[in-house]
Ligand binder design. Structure first.
Ligand SMILES: Nc1nc2c(c(=O)[nH]1)N[C@H]1C(S)=C(S)[C@@H](COP(=O)(O)O)O[C@H]1N2
Ligand SMILES: [Mo]
Length: 164
């Protein structure tokens, strides 16, 4: 993926509802139904933060709006600054996976990812991308920033899947 693609805003790729392309502005996401989900956060370098109350929109609600096509099996998340990560679509559709703007009853601090942060509690924290600008649906997985540098792509903290 080149920088120009990473810097592009919005939801795109293999989606049926092309009217929703570019929907990922903060006001638009804020107008969707929101939830609060409390989860633990596991960094691959062994620290964890317990009981984070994230507030935001379910990725599954965004997927419902844009209707991924049958060929869409992965999602690449692009961030301000060029950071990327990717996940199987099935992982992103879990109800506790959010695009969050709040944490513990406060707006998310900029250093923690405001205006939008992906929260994937069942994966190591490098999948929880900060400053999200782009949600890109793909047929083949595009390997993310840390995953390309030796961290596990499955990133399952329960199996301590740290390295690839
Ligand atoms: N955009 C972006 N998101 C990112 C990262 C990054 O470098 N850039 N680092 C990841 C890693 S490795 C970790 S451990 C967490 C750290 O989250 P925190 O700053 O909220 O503690 O953010 C993840 N999300
Ligand atoms: Mo990390």
């Amino acid at each position: 993926m080149d920088i120009q693609q990473v810097e592009q805003h919005g939801v795109d790729g293999l989606i049926a509802n092309q009217r929703k392309v570019g929907m990922l502005t903060h006001p638009e996401v804020r107008s969707l139904p929101s939830v609060i989900d409390t989860s633990d956060f596991h960094c691959v370098e062994t620290w964890s933060v317990l009981d984070c109350a994230w507030e935001g929109v379910r990725l599954s609600d965004i997927a419902d709006l844009v209707s991924p096509t049958g060929g869409a099996r992965f999602v690449t998340i692009g961030c301000d600054g060029g950071y990327t990560t990717s996940l199987p679509l099935a992982d992103l559709l879990q109800p506790y996976v959010l695009l969050a703007w709040g944490l513990d009853g406060q707006p998310l601090k900029p250093e923690y990812g405001f205006p939008l942060r992906l929260v994937v509690p069942h994966k190591y924290a490098y999948k929880s991308a900060k400053w999200v600008r782009r949600v890109h649906f793909t047929c083949e997985e595009e390997i993310g920033y840390w995953e390309a540098r030796g961290y596990s792509n499955t990133a399952d903290p329960w199996r301590q899947d740290r390295l690839s």
